[in-house]
Design a protein around this ligand. Structure first.
Ligand code: NOJ
Length: 549
């Protein structure tokens, strides 16, 4: 294993720029706002930032529809603000990772405008197909956001493929010119000094020749023909060989439905090593089937299986990316924890993943224990994915599903203070502020030693001070428990035992064989008064982290 890679020692923070902090009072989060908060991030202890897209975009999918890859959107402060933030991060010893979205562009991108008009060399930049003789779509694939995956274009008189929203046409990565464009983008940002890329649905970029109809699955029709498609490894290797290898940068690939076994085809450090880390989705499926919109009740066994299988499979071969929240899912306390025990469960959830092996990512607001947003009407939602779910359902039922599943819950403005607009903006916020901001905000949590925020700070600092968190072997205990998640990390010289209760009910905990609580030091917990013996009965969502040296 390569131990020297810088990203293995880091904790990342994800910024979804529209809702982080508005610096110029127009109601939209921006890089000037980020600039103001760099010391906040430094004090939290994170030392890397991943920015969701900052590029110019019509905003159909909040920036994941890019119209110009070589610029920063004016509403985010343009290049000037970007340079200031990049510099500010680097001066503080922090890294900056951009979002690379090249499965698709916006329909407002110059390439697409020209492609529609068959202006060379753009004619084949996208996936165009004539209608079938009966006028029908070229195949039966579904889009992830808006109905079927094909849109008729009057100008070109052909259909184009869009795996996401209608206004997000898919690029034709089989065209070598498109791959050259991707390399130009990578080079442009790396030369400017960025430290890597989070690669959006990158496993979708190679589609099976002939784009066959899919008669196997009732949902996500077509996905087996473009997820891990025929040329995916060739293209990723090309990007690595021609550009990435020449820089000391990190790549983090978003990979829907990926299994640990399949991930090794991409990230095995003794194999292809095309990518450094993968964003898997299994840890997001402990309370649903494949997607947040197919809800099931929460299963700790599923979550444990997700954590453990990745820990074990990657061990000694590849590096894990660890997360419990991002901009695509509702808030984790509302899902896997408890809003009633918000503080306790927020801390417990932090401990459940921050001591695993890999590089943790924390999503804005997660560190203060933000929870889901519950508007009164479906029309208050903004997100294209949300609004296209179950449009024919009655309002009440639909609202209930959105409350549970919408990613808009992660996109309400960051709660900085108990003041107007939660201190996010002095103007009119572009999106609703969660009403609970008077109780849940950074200002209040900074002054409360028992806040979720201060727990995150302690956990991050601990992680950094203990080599066992980076290097130790992973073991799980209580493997069949639906209530306790218990794991250890072990080296020759250090042992760490992490106990997490996922319930408000009392559970009797006894240490696993070879461990004696009396001989261990309690490093971190979410309850002050210890009720000990060589075992204890858990309190709601209790967590404890013990060290043995
Ligand atoms: C994954 C991104 O994380 C999500 O926000 C976006 O909507 C889709 N990819 C499409 O780009």
């Amino acid at each position: 294993m390569e131990q020297t890679k810088w990203y293995k020692d880091r904790v990342f923070y994800q910024i979804w720029p529209r809702s982080f902090r508005d610096g110029n009072g127009d109601g939209i989060g921006d890089l000037w706002g980020v600039y103001e908060k760099l010391d906040y991030l430094k004090e939290l202890g994170v030392d890397g930032v991943w920015f969701s897209p900052l590029y110019p975009s019509p905003g159909v999918d909040c920036g994941y529809d890019i119209s110009d890859y070589m610029d920063i959107a004016p509403e985010y402060g343009g290049m000037e603000a970007f340079r200031a933030v990049l510099d500010g991060l680097h001066r503080r010893g922090m890294k900056l990772v951009m979002d690379l979205v090249v499965n698709h562009t916006s329909d407002a991108n110059e390439w697409f405008r020209k492609s529609r008009r068959r202006i060379e060399p753009y004619t084949d930049y996208y996936i165009w197909r004539p209608a079938k003789p009966n006028g029908k779509r070229p195949n039966n694939w579904d889009s992830h956001f808006e109905g079927k995956a094909w849109q008729w274009d009057d100008l070109r008189q052909e259909y184009y493929l869009h795996l996401f929203a209608v206004r997000q046409p898919d690029l034709n990565m089989d065209n070598p010119l498109v791959r050259e464009e991707v390399k130009k983008i990578l080079k442009f940002w790396l030369d400017l000094g960025v430290d890597g890329f989070r690669e959006d649905v990158i496993t979708f970029i190679s589609k099976k020749e002939g784009l066959p109809d899919d008669y196997l699955f009732p949902v996500f029709k077509g996905i087996r023909f473009y997820n891990h498609g025929p040329h995916i490894h060739e293209y990723l290797q090309e990007f690595r060989r021609d550009v990435l290898e020449n820089y000391d940068c990190v790549t983090i690939a978003e990979a829907p439905l990926v299994t640990p076994q399949r991930a090794l085809d991409y990230i095995d450090e003794y194999g292809s090593h095309e990518i450094d880390m993968m964003i898997q989705f299994q840890c997001m499926c402990a309370d649903c089937l494949f997607s947040d919109y197919m809800p099931l009740s929460f299963s700790l066994r599923k979550l444990r299986r997700a954590f453990s299988s990745w820990q074990k499979r990657m061990d000694g071969r590849a590096w894990n990316m660890l997360y419990l929240e991002n901009h695509d899912h509702p808030r984790v306390i509302s899902r896997y924890g408890s809003e009633k025990y918000r503080v306790e469960s927020g801390k417990m959830l932090a401990a459940s993943y921050l001591f695993l092996k890999g590089t943790p990512f924390i999503y804005q607001g997660q560190e203060i224990g933000m929870t889901n947003w519950y508007p009164d009407k479906t029309e208050m939602y903004e997100d294209v994915q949300t609004l296209n779910q179950k449009q024919n359902w009655p309002e009440k039922k639909r609202l209930k599903l959105y409350h549970r599943a919408s990613r808009d819950s992660a996109r309400t403005p960051m709660q900085w203070t108990a003041g107007e607009n939660a201190g996010f903006t002095t103007g009119t916020p572009w999106f609703h502020v969660n009403e609970n901001y008077r109780q849940i905000n950074v200002e209040a949590e900074l002054t409360d030693p028992d806040s979720v925020l201060n727990f995150y700070k302690k956990a991050i600092a601990l992680r950094k001070s203990l080599p066992v968190v980076r290097d130790g072997r992973y073991r799980e205990y209580y493997r069949n428990s639906g209530k306790l998640y218990v794991y250890s990390r072990e080296t020759e010289t250090q042992k760490l035992l992490i106990i997490c209760s996922f319930t408000d009910r009392p559970v009797r905990f006894r240490p696993p064989k070879g461990y004696s609580l009396a001989q261990m030091k309690l490093l971190l917990t979410n309850y002050d008064d210890r009720l000990d013996g060589n075992g204890f009965v858990t309190r709601p969502y209790e967590t404890r982290v013990y060290l043995y040296e």
